[in-house]
Design a protein. Structure first.
Lengths: 345, 381, 645
């Protein structure tokens, strides 16, 4: 596949791009500050706090604590201080790089996130690669063979992919795999490898288990990407230059790949940056249903339990990744498609 | 879908002069309609959607039992098969069921009654209801011929509380389709308004709104949902919760539309006819409403139609998490949530039927939306 | 000839000796009174562990079991997160005295004897001689006195003294060391519940246990460690105060280095994906044949993000013994796969009584005085009880396995008040319900058939439902419909647990759906039969009554006569012997049912941790086990004698 590399970025263009990047990077701290406020407000919004959840949960299993002990815990967790004090304490620790203590796990949030990071990245990477390997060729084929039977089949499959609630799909697949094939596909590792240090064996075990979660996580994305690829490519194929090339006798496949595919891809590549936050959290519900040891279940749990430091930290990282991702998208877009003007903002 | 590439090359004299006249004087909307009509798949989907909306308007007509009537002794009845013929000729009927709990596995087991069958018919008199709150009637689409018969038809089976799924489906359709439509309508208003200001006026207003959009889109949706719905007052009735959910969904969904509209405004702003209008002294409002909006309305409608299924899935996910529409209100999400467990997947898979309906609705909306977009696309011809 | 015979005999002798030594594993092991796991025997031989006789106390705990078992194996279990730590507490049941499988008899565990004085004011606890912590250091009364002096009475670690350690006048109960093995508790008033209290003093609810490895923990205690050293430790562990560090180091689930007394000791942390507990070489228990327990080498508790995944793992036979988080409604699937796969068997364990879902009306609801007055009316509650169709609830929520009943213990329990009370008002009788409601002034109805207050307002009650014990949403729906059949409009609100508890605390709940799981233990712990207990764990039948007692009548609402009588009986029960306690308990239950303080629906189901999925190869697991939190089920099933074969 030949991509036209913008080899001829003039000095002026480079400078402009640099200025653009720097401007965005300067805005980053301000945005992050804003995000901290929003994230903190979000986590605090539901009534009660971690302790009320905790005590309620204890009481539901028949135990109870004295009011005084509850108060002691509240003091220990720092939950008895007013909201703004807690916010500034949190902000202060974030600036120092301390993501705070998870109230439920009683361990530093950074440790908990770090443990799951590698698996999260691997899983997301697989889903991502799977998505692209399937979607781009399918989209190209659909566009080139518009209105054929296969195009319609793809279309229907795609819509079903987008329409199916993926958490439901996860449970159904898990059950079908078990009852019909005797396969247990929860989690990402066999019992021997779950806590083992990384090794080739562990990696191979991961590969054996990762394909189903990757499919479930990638189904909707694949469908969407195929549709977009097809639509973009169709737009391109209608343009006069394509008609000209065809009239000049260029073979169809060569004609499609040389320019239209690349142009169709460019807006898609700009969405690559959006994948960064996706990489991070994956689909929360699916990960919980399938018992995947990535960030997803951690985030969902901490939100429900109002484990504020853990939830807040994960959300902040998420936001930061989104901003960085958007920036990368914009840069990539500019690199790939010199037609796009850099907007002032 | 018409093959646009070849049509563009067709010699213009293929159209009769009468047709040519029609085409040249037809308004934009008529042209769009004609192009849409040629897309058979889109038209079929539109018909499906119309059926759905008929259900939305009069769910009682389509259902045949009280969706909340519980009877624990009728739990987990599977879908009943309709047989159309019997010894006496055409006599559509549904077998009555005999059930008992397996003493070992404690599973409710139902077997069709060999002898007793329940005849069914169309347009039967059943329970009374009001159409749109206006007039009362008691006709139902399909029901047991004898409304007083002890055995009732359960076309989609029953759930663990013995509630008829067919009827519940009808009412669930009403809620989910309405939420989708209203939420998109709201987000369309928000999106046009804010996107328009952003694109038309530019400058600092644009920057503020863009950053706001950035902010909203940066946060993962599930936490926002969790927080906003958890913060809803707990003593609201289901209808109020319904309204709140719709607003929350719209509040999160307007950003994509706003971005698109902003883009449109930005590009349109440079167009000659807009510059001409400005030079002619038209007020901003007039320029926007009279000149710009019509230019991209069809596109916006297409985009909105494609946004509805997203809203439907969002509502389904929300209700699944227990945050959206809450029982006793019924929506597809509620029905799916009640089916999201091992007992259902393993023992009562017919309860997952709403998933199929969601897929059909989303499929239909997407095909219609695609069709509209293709029809409205000026590059098509 | 003789010479040849001799040579042959000597050769045979040599062969025999050679034969022997070939099969003897090295030098013959010293003859011991007790036997141990091969894993530990190897360590003893390598000189890393003292011999089993030295590891066990002089009078070890003899644990009965159906069969004598064999060593080895891993018990795979599941849990749903670090907040599910009570699941682990139940497995290890690390206490001085514990309950047996029948849920009624208390047997000694770490303690050798617990003897009361004649007036029940003084209790003498004698420990077994020669007990050791899992690191080999001796367990003595110093470890209990350390708790008493440096934990219980340390205001930083425990700002408030728990009620069981307080005398009536608010002073702390006196605990004295008699010698290295004996400790004495002295109460100002008679306390017949002391032994019962001891059975719950483990790390349950993350409360400090009454015996702690003092030698190890002193380095984290501000009274013993040097200030700078301690502060450095606090900073290194990323905590802010020494109490946080202490709580972490004291926790057997977060600190694998903490010595313990349980059969299995943590080897990693509860926040890991699989929490692994390994055999304790110094465990005090032996079986009837003198084999040191436990038989099982390890307990591996796997983290499941979602209870569905846990249930699926159980269905697939991947768990060796699991009752926690198993959903009763999955019973048919479990049973089918039990036969299909043949990997596990299913036991149904029952509770000591009570019920699994009941409606409780708030008799001191203040926001709407009319409604409050209505719910405080006994006839109203009786009417509502008779409106409920319990057969339906049993069918849909409990697969028909339960029994319609009120909030009393089950038949066979010493406190059982009799069939008349267990089943009072449990028959659905709509005519009688309507008649009662008419008679209390609700005879006016509106156009839709709902009853009206005398002032014309419709009677509407909010039923708060938390989806915590089984299918409460369904039960709430059914109950709502039943109440509406007699003209009382109900608005069911499904709430999240924490919010429900907050509202309970604030007297904001009108009616709730909850279970009654303290019928077996009405006098101790978090009993729901004493409304002076903290509201978090209690039912919402009269929050303002507690306030009335707490403020000596200045605030709150005065309880009705029968409620006051119950409190009197509760206090009396603490001071009398077991025979008298039985009579008092029965009286309390009779008053309870007569007044319908709680409307029970269906009970004795296997809903809450009652369905046990057990590996077919796992022996000695009791087929019939009384399950309850105070019994730390499956702890009271004596897991240390379970084994694989």
């Amino acid at each position: 596949m030949t991509f036209v590399v913008p080899a001829s970025l003039s000095l002026w263009d480079t400078l402009r791009m640099l200025r653009f990047i720097i401007k965005r990077l300067l805005l980053l701290p301000l945005l992050m500050l804003l995000f901290t406020v929003v994230v903190f407000a979000l986590v605090q919004a539901p009534p009660g706090d971690f302790l009320t959840s905790y005590v309620a949960m204890l009481a539901s299993s028949g135990s109870s604590m004295d009011a005084a002990q509850v108060e002691a815990l509240r003091h220990q967790f720092g939950l008895d201080q007013p909201v703004y004090v807690r916010y500034f304490l949190w902000l202060g620790s974030i600036v120092r790089g301390d993501l705070g203590l998870s109230l439920e796990y009683q361990r530093p949030s950074s440790e908990l996130i770090g443990e799951r990071m590698l698996v999260t990245l691997l899983l997301a990477l697989f889903a991502f690669v799977l998505t692209w390997i399937v979607a781009i060729p399918a989209g190209i084929y659909s566009a080139m063979h518009k209105n054929t039977a296969l195009d319609y089949i793809f279309a229907v499959l795609n819509y079903i992919g987008v329409a199916t609630p993926n958490f439901m799909l996860a449970l159904i697949l898990m059950w079908v795999a078990f009852s019909n094939f005797g396969l247990m596909i929860t989690g990402l590792f066999s019992p021997e490898y779950t806590q083992a240090p990384w090794s080739l064996g562990r990696f191979i075990d991961l590969l054996k288990h990762i394909w189903l979660p990757a499919i479930v996580l990638g189904v909707a994305g694949t469908a969407r990407l195929t549709r977009i690829m097809r639509a973009n490519l169709l737009d391109e194929l209608n343009k006069p230059y394509v008609v000209t090339a065809r009239a000049k006798g260029m073979p169809e496949w060569k004609l499609v790949i040389k320019y239209p595919v690349r142009l169709a891809l460019s807006p898609i590549i700009s969405t690559v940056g959006w994948y960064l936050p996706q990489l991070f959290s994956g689909s929360l519900i699916v990960a919980t249903v399938m018992n995947l040891p990535n960030i997803g279940p951690l985030l969902l749990r901490s939100l429900i339990q109002q484990d504020m430091y853990l939830a807040g930290s994960i959300l902040l990282i998420y936001c930061m990744l989104t901003i960085v991702g958007t920036l990368i998208s914009d840069i990539l877009l500019a690199l790939f498609d010199p037609r796009i003007q850099m907007e002032g903002t | 879908m018409a093959d646009k590439i070849h049509d563009a090359n067709a010699p213009p004299s293929e159209l009769s002069s009468k047709d040519e006249d029609r085409v040249s004087v037809a308004s934009n909307w008529k042209l769009v309609w004609w192009r849409f009509r040629k897309n058979r798949l889109a038209v079929a989907s539109a018909i499906v959607l119309l059926i759905f909306y008929a259900v939305v308007l009069v769910p009682d007509f389509f259902s045949n039992q009280d969706p909340e009537a519980t009877d624990a002794f009728l739990a987990f009845i599977p879908m009943q098969r309709i047989s159309f013929f019997d010894k006496t000729g055409v006599n559509p009927s549904v077998p009555d069921v005999v059930g008992k709990r397996n003493s070992v596995t404690l599973k409710m087991e139902w077997a069709p009654d060999e002898i007793v069958r329940i005849p069914i018919a169309l347009f039967v008199r059943g329970y009374k209801y009001k159409v749109l709150g206006l007039f009362e009637t008691d006709i139902h689409l399909i029901d047991a011929k004898d409304p007083k018969s002890k055995g009732r038809p359960h076309f989609l089976g029953t759930d663990r509380l013995g509630r008829d799924q067919w009827s519940r489906m009808m009412f669930g359709t009403r809620t989910s389709m309405t939420v989708g439509l209203v939420a998109v309508a709201l987000s369309m208003i928000l999106g046009v308004f804010l996107g328009g200001i952003s694109g038309y006026f530019g400058g600092w207003m644009d920057m503020v709104i863009q950053r706001m959009i950035d902010l909203l889109q940066s946060l993962p949706t599930i936490p926002i949902w969790l927080m906003m719905t958890a913060a809803l007052p707990q003593d609201w009735r289901p209808e109020q919760v319904f309204l709140a959910i719709t607003i929350i969904l719209a509040f999160i969904g307007w950003t994509t539309l706003a971005r698109e509209i902003r883009g449109r405004f930005l590009s349109l702003r440079e167009e000659d006819f807009i510059v001409a209008a400005e030079l002619a002294g038209c007020s901003h409002l007039r320029i926007i409403m009279r000149h710009m909006v019509p230019a991209f309305t069809s596109h916006i409608i297409a985009a909105s139609t494609l946004a509805i299924p997203v809203m439907i899935i969002s509502e389904t996910s929300l209700s699944f998490l227990g945050l959206g529409i809450r029982p006793p209100a019924i929506s597809w999400g509620v029905l799916l949530q009640e089916a999201q467990n091992i007992q259902t997947v393993a023992l009562a898979p017919w309860l997952m039927f709403p998933g199929l309906v969601v897929i059909i609705a989303v499929l239909a909306y997407n095909l219609v939306g695609d069709g509209l977009r293709d029809a409205a696309d000026p590059y098509g011809h | 000839m003789m010479k040849r015979l001799t040579i042959i005999m000597i050769a045979c002798l040599c062969a025999f000796i050679a034969f022997q030594s070939a099969f003897a594993a090295g030098p013959a092991a010293p003859a011991t009174k007790y036997k141990e796991a091969p894993v530990l025997a190897a360590l003893v031989k390598a000189g890393k562990l003292p011999t089993v006789d030295k590891r066990l106390p002089e009078n070890p705990l003899v644990v009965p079991g159906d069969e004598i078992g064999q060593y080895g194996g891993v018990w795979r279990r599941g849990f749903v997160g670090p907040s599910d730590f009570n699941g682990v507490n139940r497995v290890i049941y690390d206490v001085l005295a514990r309950f047996g499988p029948d849920g009624a008899t208390i047997e000694m565990k770490l303690a050798e004897s617990v003897t009361p004085s004649a007036d029940f004011k003084t209790w003498t606890v004698k420990l077994r001689k020669g007990m050791k912590w899992s690191d080999g250091s001796p367990f003595t009364t110093d470890d209990i006195m350390y708790w008493y002096k440096d934990v219980l009475q340390n205001k930083d670690l425990m700002p408030a003294i728990p009620t069981w350690m307080l005398n009536k006048n608010g002073s702390t109960v006196l605990v004295e060391k008699v010698d290295g093995l004996t400790v004495k508790w002295t109460y100002n008033e008679p306390n017949t519940n002391f032994l019962l209290e001891l059975t719950t003093k483990d790390y349950g609810d993350r409360q400090y246990p009454i015996f702690q490895p003092s030698k190890y923990l002193k380095q984290f205690h501000a009274s013993y460690a040097k200030k700078e050293v301690l502060e450095k430790k606090v900073a290194d562990a990323k905590f802010k105060t020494w109490t946080e560090l202490y709580a972490n180091k004291q926790s057997p689930f977060d600190n694998p280095e903490r010595p313990g007394m349980a059969a299995w000791i943590a080897s990693n942390r509860i926040s890991d994906q699989i929490f692994i507990l390994k055999r304790n070489p110094f465990y005090v228990g032996v079986d009837k044949a003198g084999n040191q327990l436990p038989y099982l080498d390890e307990v591996q508790i796997k983290f499941f993000a979602d209870a569905q995944a846990l249930n699926l793992a159980a269905i697939a036979g991947e768990l060796d013994e699991q009752e926690r988080h198993i959903n009763l409604l999955n019973y048919p699937v479990l049973k089918e796969n039990e036969q299909k796969l043949g990997k596990y068997k299913i036991f149904l364990w029952s509770s000591p009584g009570g019920h699994d879902a009941g409606v409780v009306f708030n008799q001191t609801y203040a926001k709407d005085p009319e409604l409050g007055k209505l719910m405080a009316n006994k006839d109203f509650r009786i009417a509502m009880s008779q409106a409920i169709n319990r057969k339906q609830i049993n069918e849909s929520a409990f697969l028909g396995t339960g029994q319609p009943r009120q909030a009393v213990p089950k038949k066979g329990h010493p406190y059982y008040p009799g069939d008349e009370y267990a089943f009072k008002y449990t028959e659905q009788n709509l005519a009688e319900a309507n008649r009662l409601l008419d008679s209390i002034g609700l005879n006016k109805k509106d156009a839709e058939g709902f009853r009206l207050f005398p002032n014309g307002k419709r009677v509407m009650i909010e039923l708060s439902v938390v989806e915590v014990f089984g299918p409460y949403r369904d039960i709430g729906t059914l109950v709502t419909k039943d109440f509406e059949k007699v003209g009382v409009k109900v608005n069911m609100q499904i709430r999240e647990r924490a919010l429900h508890f907050q509202m309970r605390q604030a007297n904001d709940l009108q009616a709730e759906l909850w279970n009654q799981d303290t019928a077996g233990f009405p006098f101790t712990g978090s009993t729901k039969y004493d409304f002076r207990k903290d509201l978090y764990g209690n039912l919402t039948y009269g929050p303002l009554w507690k306030q009335w007692y707490d403020t000596n009548g200045k605030e709150g609402a005065e309880p009705p006569a029968d409620a006051k009588k119950i409190i009197e009986l509760q206090d009396k029960a603490k001071t009398v012997g077991p025979a008298e306690q039985i009579k008092i308990a029965q009286e309390i239950f009779k008053l309870w049912v007569d007044n319908m303080f709680e409307i029970g629906t269906v009970g004795l189901t296997a809903t809450d941790q009652g369905v046990a999925v057990v590996n077919v190869k796992l022996h000695n697991v009791p087929v019939n086990l009384t399950k309850d939190w105070p019994l730390r089920t499956p702890g009271n099933g004596r897991p240390e004698v379970w084994f694989f074969k």
